[in-house]
Write a protein that binds this ligand. Structure first.
Ligand SMILES: [Fe+2]
Length: 394
């Protein structure tokens, strides 16, 4: 960076983060000690169909059983939907837990938060995703990520799919009480999953800085996260057992989560939601297609922030205009997605010109929550222009 302090030092703001984080290689071995203070009688362990057969899951299962009763719900799948939510609620009502542990990826941790909510609030859970006020905080939530990127381990947010729309529930009661972040649990994650989740962390960090609600705390966290992903993602993709790179990504995921839980996300996440389900894309992959174009679009509106983002991506910004810094940042992101073998344009997703207007309409109708955080307010024409850029790619 070529000039003084970027942060608006006279800005007033708040920051909240109640989750205890236990981080590092083999930190899973501390689970028993960390769980004892909760003095639970009935635990609910949430996992997916693959994770439930792993050694890590066996260890968590054993630890829970040594401290109290424990039941397991192993049916969490990516993009949890309304029917999964109904099954999970039934399980929670059958055996009301006084602690909920989510071991897995973002979907599993998201559903652990919902299970806690259901345990303390009697209405049909879908209603809470549609604005019903949450009356009570549920039992403590423990998150143990097995892949790095979603940030769900430290956020108070849960995502649910209803038909083709993604609903978000955000409430302070959904903050995990404890996150055990052990990078060794992600070593067996396949390269494609590593790539998608890692890009999600990068996008969370970039959008946290761009957000109109960023502050010096969230931007500091996000800058470190960008730097870590820039350094570690390609390494972890090429060599899954590179434990240093896995550590870097695990930290980036948490830092970016701590940033966006307070700053919010902006337009690229909203854009991604307009084609992710239809194209069957993992979440991070869908956002990474949109992010470089969103960064370039926003650059003129946020000159100082754009230089921070570019610097995090290893770019020397001296003498660059904000648009040049934005373009350089976009190019570096595309460079990373190229290395990871991810799609880089809407044409790569087999979308065409005829799809653009319906996607713009969908974005404006269903995902305004991201547009309000975006630093440059887009008109419908701006959005069509942005989508058209994404269609052809660079
Ligand atoms: Fe995301």
């Amino acid at each position: 960076m070529d000039e003084g302090v970027y942060y608006p030092l006279l800005k007033n703001y708040s920051y909240f983060m109640p989750t205890r984080i236990v981080f590092g290689v083999n930190s899973i071995s501390r689970l028993k000690e960390e769980l004892k203070p909760f003095a639970f009688k009935q635990a609910l362990l949430l996992t997916g169909r693959t994770v439930c057969h792993t050694e890590a899951c066996a260890a968590v299962r054993e630890t829970l059983s040594s401290l109290g009763k424990s039941v397991e719900f192993t049916s969490i799948s990516p993009e949890p939907d309304v029917s999964l939510l109904a099954n999970l609620s039934e399980e929670v009502r059958r055996n009301p837990p006084d602690i909920v542990v989510g071991l897995g990826g973002g979907s599993t941790m998201d559903m652990a938060k919902v299970a806690s909510l259901v345990a303390a609030n009697e209405k049909e859970p879908l209603k809470y995703f549609k604005g019903e006020p949450v009356a009570r905080k549920g039992p403590p939530i423990v998150t143990i990520p097995t892949i790095s990127g979603t940030g769900s381990e430290v956020t108070p947010i849960s995502i649910l799919v209803e038909k083709t729309a993604k609903l978000a529930l955000r409430h302070h009661a959904l903050y995990p009480s404890l996150a055990i972040i052990d990078p060794t649990l992600s070593v067996t994650a396949p390269p494609t999953a590593t790539a998608s989740a890692g890009m999600d962390a990068l996008c969370h960090a970039v959008e946290s800085i761009m957000s109109v609600d960023s502050n010096p705390i969230t931007s500091s966290l996000a800058f470190e996260a960008i730097d870590l992903v820039d350094e570690c993602l390609e390494k972890a993709y090429c060599n899954g057992s590179d434990i240093e790179a896995r550590n870097g990504l695990a930290l980036a995921s948490a830092l970016a989560g701590m940033a966006f839980a307070n700053a919010g996300l902006c337009i690229a996440h909203g854009i991604a939601y307009t084609y992710a389900m239809r194209c069957g894309l993992p979440h991070g992959t869908s956002v990474s297609v949109a992010e470089p174009y969103a960064v370039e679009f926003n650059a003129p509106a946020i000159p100082e922030k754009m230089k921070i983002i570019a610097a995090g991506l290893g770019i020397d910004t001296e003498g660059l205009t904000s648009s040049e810094a934005g373009e350089a940042a976009a190019m570096r992101m595309l460079d990373i997605t190229g290395t990871l073998g991810l799609p880089m344009s809407l044409e790569d997703l087999e979308l065409g010109e005829e799809d653009l207007e319906p996607m713009v309409d969908d974005l404006l109708k269903n995902y305004n929550r991201f547009i309000v955080k975006n630093p440059r307010k887009p008109s419908r024409e701006d959005l069509l222009f942005l989508y058209r850029n994404m269609l052809e790619g660079y």
